[in-house]
Write a protein that binds this ligand. Sequence first.
Ligand code: TMP
Length: 208
Amino acid sequence: MTSAKFIVFEGLDGSGKGTQIALLQRALTEKGYPVCLTAEPTQHATGGLIRDALGGITKRTPHELAALFLADRIAHCENPADGIRAMLEKGTTVICDRYYFSSLAYQGMDIGLDWLLPAHVGCPAIIKPDLCIFLDVPTDECDRRISAGRSSREIYETRESIERVRRSYSEVFERLSPTHNIKIINAARSPEDVSWDVISAVGEVLGI
Ligand code: TMP
C-alpha cells in the first residue's frame, strides 16, 4: 500500500488546467510529495493518431476517435516504464491533464454513453481516479482565452462545441457523482484564488 493518489484535472478547452496543474505541482513538491505530471492524449503512438484527428489532418468517426482515446488510456495506465499504475506503485502521486471524463463528455456528446461508460468504468486495466477536479469556466471566457492563445482551433474548440461539451460534462458528472470523487471549482477567478481551492481539495484526498 502507498499513500500516492491519482488526481485528474478536467475542464473545457481554455479552462486553465495547465496553470493550475503547475501551481499544484509546485505546492506538493514544496511539501515533499513525489509528484508526476501526465496528460491525455499521450505522447505515445496512439496519442499521435488522436492529435492528427483533433487537428483535422485525419478524418475519424466519433466511434473511431472514442476507441483511439480508450486504447491510448489503457496504454497510459499499463505502460510498465512510466504508466499511471507503475507510478502509483512507486509511491508517486499522479496528476493527469484529462482522463476518461473527457471521453465521456466529448465523444459521449456524439455517441452517447451506452457503450462508452462501461468500456471505461468496467475495464479492469483502467484505474479509477481518487479525485477529479473540474475547472468550471463559462463558455464565453473559454472562447476568449482560446482566441487569445492561438491562431488555429482544433475540432472541439469552436464556440458551439465548447457549449455542447459544457452541457455534456454536467450530464457525465451527474451520472458519475455517486461513484466518483468529483470537485467542481469556479475557475473564472484569479489563478491564485482557484489554486487555493484546488490545493485544499487535493489536501483532503492526501490527508494533509
Ligand atoms: P487538450 O487541449 O487539453 O490537450 O486536449 C485535447 C483535446 O482532446 C480537447 O479538445 C479535448 C479532447 N479530448 C477528447 O475529446 N477525449 C478525450 O478522451 C481526451 C483525453 C481529450
